[in-house]
Write a protein that binds this ligand. Structure first.
Ligand SMILES: [Zn+2]
Length: 102
């Protein structure tokens, strides 16, 4: 039976960086959800690659059999509290529904 447990991909928050003197961009995971270390993922040349396209599920470098989800970090907004809480609740509901579907 498929159970979404530890194997479900964890979100990994990224920061966009570029290599000084080049147009090569990469996402930096500051704290990997699995090992807590920093991982860098090369996106490619800024002219030909869209950084957002490189977001999403990819294998974690430290644990190739597991995926993590490159995600933009939530922006620290003081006024966005309500909306964020509502979104979290909605996500929680969706998870519950998923469990029932399984
Ligand atoms: Zn890691």
């Amino acid at each position: 039976m498929a159970k979404k447990d530890r194997r479900s991909p964890q979100p990994a928050f990224v920061t966009l960086r570029d290599m000084p003197g080049t147009r090569v961009m990469f996402w930096v995971v500051d704290a990997c959800p699995y090992c807590g270390e920093r991982h860098a993922h090369v996106i490619g040349n800024l002219r030909t690659a869209d950084p957002v396209d490189a977001l999403g599920e990819i294998p974690a470098p430290c644990q190739p059999e597991r995926l993590y989800v490159l995600s933009l970090p939530p922006r620290p907004k003081r006024k966005g509290g309500k909306e964020e809480r509502r979104r979290a609740r909605r996500d929680g509901k969706r998870e519950d529904l998923d469990d029932e579907t399984w």
